[in-house]
Design a protein around this ligand. Sequence first.
Ligand SMILES: *Cc1c(COP(=O)(O)O)cnc(C)c1O
Length: 470
Amino acid sequence: MNNSINLYSRLPKVDQLLNNENIQQLLKISPREIVTETIREVIDELRVLISSKNLTLEELDCKINRITEDIRDRVQESLKPRLRKVINASGVVIHTNLGRSLINREIMEHITEIASNYNNLEFDLESGMRGSRYSHLEDIIRKITGAEAAMVVNNNAAAVVLALSSLASNKEIIVSRGELVEIGGSFRIPEVMEQSGAILVDVGTTNKTHLSDYEKSINENTAALMKVHTSNYRILGFTESVSLEELVNLGQKFSLPVIEDLGSGVLVDLSRYGLQYEPTVQESIRAGVDIVTFSGDKLLGGPQAGIIIGRKKYIDMMKKHPLNRALRVDKFTIAALEATLRLYLSEETAIKKIPTLKMLTMTQEELASKAERLMSQIEQKNLDKLKIEIVDDYSQVGGGSMPLEQIPTKCIVIYSEDSSIASLEKNLRANSIPIITRIFKDKLYMDLRTIEEEEFNEIAEGLKFALEKC
Ligand SMILES: *Cc1c(COP(=O)(O)O)cnc(C)c1O
């Protein structure tokens, strides 16, 4: 290793940098304090690196050569919002960590119109009196699902808590042991259910639950029967669960409501588009389930929301429940959800315009031709160190939906003999629009299913940036 004294002497001084032409440009558009602070921070970091002897002369020179760009990037970064657009090249369509479902741009224009103006959120334009915020959503949800009544809260977890608080506080809820799932982020259905004050009575075993298991547990303190859609896992092999129809019959026999947490809440039968069959919301209502809850931002493809549908007498209890005030949705959610639901009036429109559905139903031909176009944009950057290929792979639905579904897709795969794929992946995340990719066996994968055509140029530029970054 080099004599570190020599290395320190290579570092520029603060004043020297402040007089640099590029930094002068930067000062015209950014606060001086932030620029000075950033210069100090960058120099300090280099000092620490030198003292830790973790830096070769080559690396140091590369960092010093790029120092004004680095300072500019950091200053611009610190002035930008922390929550920002990223490019999802992971192929996970409903990626919970990347914001789940995307909202169509035409709908965003509508949201802008609603949010930046006064609106009739709780105002009845006909009578001139106070109205209900749920009125905008109720008719359209009833029309699409066939339910008698509907309401919407902050998310599906809230929907479950509100339904159970309203119907079963201090009373027993019977649920199959095989359905006590954890959704992710250590969110467990039984714990959420218990938050409502309901007493969980789990019946049956992990792999088998019979109708008689429910029936034996019914007593005078039972408030409801519950079914949870095990959306994010499957028990295979020697299994048995009770059908919705059987549960509904049992509920009717004992005058107990049946509550179903459907999780994803799909409104169109996706098996018609080559995907795995997933029970629809409409089927649950047709089977006679009294209360159905589902998410707005999973397979429905709308904003974060929890939709509760079913019999009017129960929905009315929930609307009046004090907890509802704490879980209520705002005008952004209502505007986005109403507009998304309107697209479902025609299934063809829904598939075409709702980004989640559009991505999930994208054909192999579309994916292949997108892959060709992205590949040629990347090739134009002459990134000689990188080898690039188009390969067949699988996308995932994500969001805890359809765990076994492997949707055939096309990926751009990048590998290299002389530069690290791990640092390429990391540097892509540091791009001005972060690019989220996946590494498998020392190769970088970019799945075309979740990448928009308009993002191709940014990806090509991003790869160039990521290769040059040190
Ligand atoms: C995802 C999911 C939830 C939670 O829904 P959020 O809208 O994320 O609150 C609850 N139950 C099931 C079965 C789910 O799949």
